[in-house]
Design a protein around this ligand. Structure first.
Ligand SMILES: Cc1cc2nc3c(=O)[nH]c(=O)nc-3n(C[C@H](O)[C@H](O)[C@H](O)COP(=O)(O)OP(=O)(O)OC[C@H]3O[C@@H](n4cnc5c(N)ncnc54)[C@H](O)[C@@H]3O)c2cc1C
Length: 512
């Protein structure tokens, strides 16, 4: 089906070749409709900018509490570490007022929707056992999982049945088919690039010698249209402006797994964080301190002293036998005192893309085509149907309402996200472009809930994964690193594996 575009957009498409990523920042409020004033969800910098990044004076206070294990950061990595340490003397500090990090969800009417993280891939050891232990109620995402609106043409199942309908000449369609074969073959091969690094084959390390763009254009010689399509994914899943900014090792690690089964929970990946949080509470209450920001970690030989700012803005200090830093490296490098320069340089090798996620609350269904729809004719990359997996049989909408989750990566652009009118600009831009993609959508939109994630998704250039990642995550005395960015991969699985592994290292460190 061809989508009828508006005259206004014809101009843009002709001039710009659709939305090749240029760090699109909406310049003004466009939507005709008025919406209630919105409040950002997501992360807020507060002490992380004032005291951590800008090098403010760290208050000196005497420790008021002593624990064996202190975990900094309550995303999936911190929570999985805390879960593994739940029967010990343990405490977790989380900067935000709820745990989960990028795995949070909210609800409108009967529909749960994701504030960020959406789905995960086929469970493999050791995570399959972990999911079973926690009784994760995972649900496989029903087909059609993916569709696209490319150059205003709607294509369901781009790399499958939709190959024939791609709006390109035959030779280009053949390259899409060739790419599908290559991606599926790499997924099945023993030389599929995987992390942690110890698990990957020697041969797979060659992928880390070139960018993902070079692999597609020069190594495989795919038509640039294939790369342009995969670039949408690189923006959405890595926060990178494009495949040029990414090692082929990371790009392939992520992209080939899209060719296997995918799973999620109602409202995306947040339920995993909630189940971990509940299991930690069940083992002992009062061990998660939210709205508490770690600002300094100092190994004093034998004990580590962590200074933090509590929910009232007051400094506190906690003494620990071992500290697990489960917050991102751009925070870790500032708060851990005395880190060697080579380790800081390795941490600096990671880039982080920022993000807006818009949950669009619709009074009746706007689209029904697939779980995820990719597009090159909007400033955002993809649109998910939030209740796709909880619909009644036959994938029919289970309610008269619908929530669309719009993924709007902003690349390395962050300042404009903090502007006073940023909420209105992003909301109105999302509404306007949804109305272009799905004519009549605007009239059905009741409200838009926006989440802003500064420095959300990590990625790195060639060489980082096989040469530098061990250095970035190297333990520093009694300080261990547990964030998903240990792997340079912004993934559900990376967070869990790194949290579980850091907990085991910490236990070994304090073992008699
Ligand atoms: C928009 C978006 C969509 C995504 N979609 C997917 C997806 O579909 N599938 C997938 O596999 N992955 C996805 N991801 C990535 C995945 O969710 C993350 O990789 C994973 O949740 C990261 O977990 P983490 O614990 O390593 O880090 P984080 O989630 O970053 O958690 C770190 C925590 O540390 C806290 N913190 C930071 N500084 C401090 C401090 N000084 N003191 C105390 N606490 C601090 C933060 O507030 C945060 O809660 C997505 C991410 C985003 C942003």
């Amino acid at each position: 089906m061809a989508i009828h575009r508006r005259d206004f957009l014809r101009g843009i498409v002709a001039a710009g070749g659709a939305y090749a990523f240029r760090g699109f920042v909406p310049s003004r409020a466009w939507a005709a409709k008025r919406f209630p004033a919105g409040v950002w969800g997501g992360n807020v910098p507060t002490w992380c900018h004032d005291l951590v990044r800008d090098g403010g004076r760290i208050p000196q206070v005497a420790p008021s509490r002593s624990v064996d294990f202190l975990i900094l950061g309550g995303g999936l990595a911190g929570l999985s570490a805390a879960y593994k340490l739940r029967d010990t003397s343990m405490l977790l500090l989380e900067h935000l007022d709820r745990v989960g990090g990028h795995c949070v969800r909210d609800r409108w009417n009967d529909i749960w929707f994701a504030g960020a993280s959406a789905y995960f891939v086929e469970p493999e050891p050791p995570l399959d056992e972990f999911y079973a232990e926690l009784a994760f109620p995972l649900r496989q995402i029903a087909e059609p999982a993916d569709s696209a609106i490319l150059g205003w043409n709607s294509v369901v199942d781009v790399f499958g049945a939709g190959l024939e309908n791609l709006p390109y000449p035959d030779a280009v369609r053949r390259d899409f088919a060739r790419a599908r074969k290559d991606f599926a073959a790499i997924l099945e091969s023993d030389d599929c690039p995987v992390m942690p690094l110890a698990e990957t084959s020697e041969a797979s390390k060659q992928y880390d010698s070139m960018s993902f763009a070079d692999w597609m254009l020069h190594e495989k010689k795919y038509h640039p249209a294939v790369k342009a399509y995969v670039d949408l994914y690189c923006r959405s899943a890595f926060g990178a402006p494009g495949s040029e900014n990414l090692s082929a090792f990371a790009g392939l690690n992520f992209y080939v797994s899209e060719f296997g089964a995918r799973y999620t929970f109602p409202g995306g990946n947040a339920l995993a964080a909630e189940l971990l949080r509940d299991a930690i509470h069940a083992a002992g209450s009062g061990r998660i301190l939210s709205a508490t920001t770690a600002v300094q970690v100092e190994d004093r030989g034998g004990k580590v002293i962590v200074t933090a700012i509590d929910p009232h803005g007051e400094p506190i200090a906690i003494e620990a036998g071992a500290v697990l830093v489960a917050c991102p490296k751009y925070v870790a490098k500032h708060i851990v005192k005395g880190l060697p320069q080579d380790q800081i340089a390795a941490m600096d090798g990671l880039a982080y893309g920022s993000y807006v996620v818009a949950n669009v609350l619709c009074t009746s269904p706007v689209t029904d085509g697939s779980y995820d729809t990719w597009t090159d004719v909007a400033p955002f990359t993809d649109v998910l149907i939030a209740d796709w997996i909880t619909r009644e049989e036959g994938n029919q909408p289970s309610s008269k309402h619908q929530v669309l989750t719009v993924y709007y990566p902003t690349g390395y652009e962050i300042d404009s996200l903090l502007d006073d009118d940023a909420y209105d600009r992003y909301r109105d831009t999302v509404v306007r472009h949804l109305d272009y993609l799905y004519p009549g959508a605007e009239a059905k939109i009741e409200d838009v809930k926006l989440y802003r994630w500064g420095h959300a998704l990590c990625h790195a250039s060639p060489g980082w994964y096989t040469r530098t990642s061990p250095l970035a995550a190297r333990p520093f005395g009694r300080v261990l690193f547990a964030h998903s960015d240990n792997q340079g991969l912004p993934a559900f699985e990376a967070a869990l594996v790194e949290g579980i592994s850091a907990a085991a290292q910490a236990k070994a460190l304090l073992a008699p």
